[in-house]
Design a protein around this ligand. Structure first.
Ligand SMILES: NC(=O)c1ccc[n+]([C@@H]2O[C@H](COP(=O)([O-])OP(=O)(O)OC[C@H]3O[C@@H](n4cnc5c(N)ncnc54)[C@H](OP(=O)(O)O)[C@@H]3O)[C@@H](O)[C@H]2O)c1
Length: 346
């Protein structure tokens, strides 16, 4: 078991998640045995995802075997997260890679009037920092937390904290997937759970930036490397539902125009977007250098990919970290009772 590298990729059945799996398989030592643990909220999507990765592996000449496993987890449900922790602890004695890729927003559609206005007044901005996606305000999970906060930030953090012994045993690399849309303006420290925000998705990515910035040194003390990345801009399967054939190709066309006029972030394809997350996971870096930076997947005008790093504005990082650490203690307490109850004999 110890010679096998174990990689957990949350939200594997997304454009980015699948391509992280593909690139990790390509970049890892071909002699290594790999186990890819896919996660999804539903079994059919997990199965579909494993089939796609299997197909990809069949096209490679790889002497080391690739095995597959799945984990059903919903990050908006603390009991589900706890269950994921038990499943991982029962099945593995170490984990080598943990990609925090799953994320969700609470979108209710597109403000088409604003979208058209934005596209005509500043097309590059319209496909780089779109403000026309309508997000619902005040949406809570069944656990009573801000839904986007729990799904994108606290849920994954809680699972990571629970599986620290496994990550330590694997001298793991944790890779957080953030976004270019994570500017400080998207977060108010008075609204950590993003319940009053109409940009909760972007706010959650700002929280990811700050949480990483404040916590990577603690992970380092345990021998765990933690990196902050972002995939640039690429076609997202979850956004298709709001587009028809015309708006989809219109958006794609604008993506290519944006790249051609000089945007380095329009990767467009999931494969190129997965460059930075897999780069930080597989680079030979025994000295844990540059963990304070944000590693972005970037593309030149001709489509050639490269890694572009940025500094993070860390103001508020310690406040965010303390808030999230306190919330973890609170949930440890709450879930203690939950576990006791589920173990009571019938
Ligand atoms: N698309 C872009 O241009 C862009 C730009 C910047 C950053 N990103 C980031 O890149 C990552 C991947 O984006 P994407 O567009 O490829 O993803 P996507 O199509 O939106 O898919 C999201 C994935 O997350 C999982 N997920 C959603 N809510 C979840 C929950 N509550 N619990 C557990 N899993 C959940 C879904 O899994 P199941 O449905 O199978 O459960 C799905 O596989 C995200 O972190 C996103 O924020 C994307």
């Amino acid at each position: 078991m110890s010679s096998t590298k174990v990689a957990v990729i949350t939200g594997t059945n997304s454009n980015l998640g699948l391509n992280i799996a593909y690139r990790l398989i390509e970049k890892s030592n071909p002699e290594d045995k790999l186990t890819i643990v896919v996660t999804s909220r539903t079994l059919p999507r997990a199965r579909e995802c494993i089939d796609l990765i299997k197909k990809f592996v069949n096209t490679l000449d790889r002497p080391g075997s690739v095995d597959y496993d799945y984990l059903l987890v919903d990050f908006t449900n603390m009991v589900s997260i706890l269950d994921a922790y038990y499943s991982l602890s029962n099945r593995y004695d170490h984990i080598n890679y943990f990609f925090v890729n799953a994320a969700q927003g609470v979108y209710s559609g597109i403000d088409w009037f604003a979208a058209v206005k934005e596209v005509f007044s500043n097309p590059l901005e319209a496909v780089t920092n779109p403000t026309y996606k309508i997000q619902r305000v005040g949406v809570k999970s069944k656990d009573g937390m801000g839904l986007v906060f729990q799904a994108n930030v606290f849920g994954p953090y809680y699972l990571i904290q629970k599986i620290l012994p496994l990550l330590q045993a694997g001298q793991a690399t944790i890779v957080w997937v953030s976004s270019i849309m994570s500017a400080p303006k998207y977060l108010s420290l008075q609204d950590m759970q993003l319940l009053k925000s109409d940009v909760s998705y972007e706010g959650s990515k700002r929280l990811v930036d700050l949480l990483h910035s404040a916590s990577y040194k603690d992970q380092k003390k345990l021998g765990i490397r933690q990196y902050l990345t972002h995939p640039g801009i690429f076609t997202s399967l979850s956004f298709f539902q709001y587009l028809n054939v015309f708006t989809y190709y219109g958006m794609l066309f604008l993506f290519y125009v944006a790249r051609w006029i000089g945007s380095s972030w329009h990767n467009i394809e999931g494969y190129k977007a997965a460059n930075a997350p897999v780069y930080v996971a597989t680079m030979a870096n025994p000295n844990f250098e540059m963990e304070q930076m944000k590693y972005g997947s970037a593309t030149y005008r001709d489509g050639l990919e490269y890694i572009k790093t940025d500094e993070v504005d860390t103001s508020g990082a310690e406040d965010v970290y303390q808030y999230i650490k306190d919330l973890k203690v609170e949930w440890d307490e709450k879930l203690k009772d939950q576990i006791k109850q589920t173990r009571l004999p019938l």
